[in-house]
Design a protein around this ligand. Sequence first.
Ligand code: TRP
Length: 440
Amino acid sequence: MERETWGSKMGFWLAAAGSAIGLGNIWRFPYLTGANGGAAFVFIYLLIVFTIGISVMIAEFTIGRNTNLNAVGAFQKLKAGPWQIAGWMGVVAGFVILSYYSVVGGWTIKYILSSFTDMISTSTDTTSYFLSFIANGPQTVLFHAIFMAIVIFIVYRGVGKGIEDTCKILMPALFLLLVILIIRAVTLPGALAGIDFYLNPDFSKVTGKTILAALGQAFFSLSLGMGCMITYGSYIKSKKESLPRSAATITLLDTGAAFLAGFVIFPTVFAFGAEPSAGAGLTFITLPKVFAMMPGGQIWSALFFLLLCVAAITSAISLLEVVVAYVIDNLKWPRHKAALIIGGTIFLLGIPSALSQGAVSINVLGMSFLDFLDFVANNILLTVGGLLISLFVGWVIPEIAKKETTAHGAFPFQPIWIWICRIVAPVAIFIIILGGFGLF
Ligand code: TRP
């Protein structure tokens, strides 16, 4: 059977942007910025994204389009031997990340619905509201199931009719929601203090930890290090399409979305005197409290969590597609069977994460099961994966890489790009790994 491809360049860009723009942009980026001192973190993040991040994305597209295969198959085809471990880790990461990502995706669905209840009321203690919801096992598993069912349905329909068509509708919708929410946020009385915190850097707050947080966030946000962009790159039809230009477009869209999400969160948080450094609870605990103080707060809350949910869905499908593409290409399963069985397995794997937030005590190394998987994925699977991918492109297939990135015409940054893949990115990633384990 012929392998599927994207219907158009725009379709590919929107699907890849859909993968990149997710909970990482709208939930994680603002709270990391808040917890790391604001604008100085943003500055460092941007620097990393436009040097290392974009380079690794070009590397992934190169591997994908050259082979037209999934993450594992691509490495196997290019070079026999241990390099395929990078692909295997990607498939494992797909399982692991999606299992808990879907749990948080489920929370967003719950919060859309609950926006119309007394969750959005000035007399509600939103901290205990959140904690008692995530400790409610049947509910978190139910919403995890609903979220996974949506994701499976889209991937089941295929690359063009499922992923691409969904992203063509949801990505413009997401942008529109973001614009509406920004207009509301920046016109609140007192919004200026939030914008000041967000845009006025205080470099005295920058430490080694800030840089590590920015590096890790760059990989997670751009969907790098696990073969997601290899898989999406493998569906590019035209050998003449510019990979550097595609990577630049997607990086800009992803960074733009994260940056804009900050313009929703910080003005809103400051306008109502909430704490920007609240950490992971910023979205689920602080914002409902803030919405309750706004006129029409229920609607704004529902719109915001809808935005979060849409972003999460278009990312989750890319995680499932990494694994599904592998079993389709290598094990020759039909797509329908692959989507249902793999998706179903990931749903089951997510149950312990769903329950680990208070329903049942499931702790590993002192972390809840969900946090443990997040830790393993971000600190080991994605980072080691990204390290191997850049070394592979820089040292093992440099000739193919040069050809793929100039198939459309000149790529003036090519020498810089190759050296980022060879040296800069691997060294930087190696440092993140050490830092992630608290080794310095
Ligand atoms: N980038 C997505 C986000 O920001 C999450 C994601 C999707 C991802 N696919 C990925 C992260 C692959 C790492 C690797 O929410």
